[in-house]
Design a protein around this ligand. Structure first.
Ligand code: FES
Length: 127
């Protein structure tokens, strides 16, 4: 069975051969202690460094690459956005907090925000 090693927590978790499992979900279920907040690829709190087995991870989508910026090139992934298909080892800083928005992320969020109607659901409107 494939094995995920959570180096910082000194824990290992196996999963059925042929499955592709979400890294953060496995970490939470087995109380491995990866810090997280949004679980949706926005905050960057759950960034992990992939020590071994990067080729066993499904490719990162643009959203994740944008959020990580340079860290992606350095071998980091966002646990909440990462699916594992085989043996892998990850580590993290137990005290890490959310990342500041990179320029790309800020621009994307700004575009999403600006695309919405100014008045719909704004505070003080009657709905
Ligand atoms: S928990 Fe926020 S980016 Fe993964």
């Amino acid at each position: 069975m494939p094995r995920i090693r959570f180096e910082t927590a000194d824990r290992e978790v196996t999963f059925p051969e042929g499955d592709e499992v979400n890294l953060l979900r496995v970490a939470i279920r087995h109380e491995c202690g990866i810090p997280f907040r949004c679980a949706s690829g926005n905050c960057g709190t759950d960034r992990v460094r992939v020590l071994h087995g990067a080729d066993q991870l499904l490719p990162a989508r643009r959203r994740e690459r944008d959020r990580l910026g340079e860290l992606y090139e350095q071998g980091y992934r966002l646990a909440c956005q990462t699916y594992v298909a085989g043996d892998v080892t990850v580590a993290w800083d137990p005290d890490q907090r959310e990342m500041e928005a990179s320029g790309k992320v800020y621009d994307r969020l700004r575009q999403v925000w600006l695309a919405k109607d100014d008045t719909a659901g704004s505070p003080g409107s009657d709905g």
